[in-house]
Design a binder for this molecule. Structure first.
Ligand SMILES: Cc1cc2nc3c(=O)[nH]c(=O)nc-3n(C[C@H](O)[C@H](O)[C@H](O)COP(=O)(O)O)c2cc1C
Length: 205
């Protein structure tokens, strides 16, 4: 199947999900006004209460879907407690949705370091200065922390904080949805099979 076919209504014929996701993300990159890689990330807390927020997808391949965050944030603690998560992309301009769910791995230190080094200097300082998800006394307290870490790392490379790294959702399921008239949408779900391949099912809309 060609990439053009993958992005057309024939997506339900696709035999595996990664090339299809790559084609849809490419389409979204061309058509979304900003952040085509923005994705809602769902976790559960220790009471089983769901939690959801946006993150940016920073990598994907046949090993899974990667994003970066503060491991001491709410989402970081929730994932570290369960090692499970789900994601939902919605590209409004394309009327498409992709859902991903599965167990979570921590990316290697080498992978996290490599990505951290590509971030703008201000973002690397921010990773040190922000105690993400914990109460902040005032905007001034944050600016003070930024100034302190800027001074501390005035010279040389800024190392990656140990509490800042990446998670990889290793999908057990990936579902593709495309809007069709009268809410009779196309849905296809790929489920990991025991032999490492994918089972594919169409779903009622
Ligand atoms: C479009 C968008 C992208 C975001 N990307 C990230 C991200 O990649 N990593 C991150 O930690 N927070 C990101 N955020 C902020 C999160 O949505 C959230 O506010 C923050 O991570 C704290 O979430 P938590 O308290 O549930 O851990 C993003 C927010 C938006 C709106």
């Amino acid at each position: 199947m060609t990439d053009t076919e993958l992005t057309s209504g024939d997506f339900t014929e696709s035999a595996e999900p990664y090339r299809l996701f790559a084609a849809w993300l490419k389409d979204a990159t061309a058509s979304e006004p900003n952040d085509p890689n923005a994705v809602a990330l769902a976790t559960v807390d220790t009471d089983g209460l769901p939690d959801v927020r946006m993150v940016l997808l920073k990598g994907f391949d046949e090993h899974g879907f990667v994003f970066y965050t503060n491991f001491e944030s709410a989402k970081g603690r929730e994932i570290l407690a369960t090692m499970k998560a789900a994601m939902c992309f919605h590209w409004k301009s394309l009327r498409r949705q992709v859902r991903v769910r599965g167990p979570v791995e921590i990316v290697s230190d080498a992978e996290a370091n490599e990505y951290f080094a590509t971030r703008p200097r201000g973002s690397r300082i921010g990773a040190w200065a922000s105690k993400q998800s914990r109460p902040l006394e005032s905007r001034f307290a944050l600016e003070k922390a930024v100034a302190e870490y800027t001074a501390r790392h005035a010279i040389g490379e800024i190392p990656r904080p140990a509490h800042w790294s990446g998670f990889r959702i290793v999908p057990s399921q990936i579902e593709f949805w495309h809007d069709r008239p009268f809410r009779l949408h196309d849905r296809v779900v790929f489920t990991r099979a025991a032999d490492g391949g994918w089972d594919k099912d169409r779903l009622y809309p």
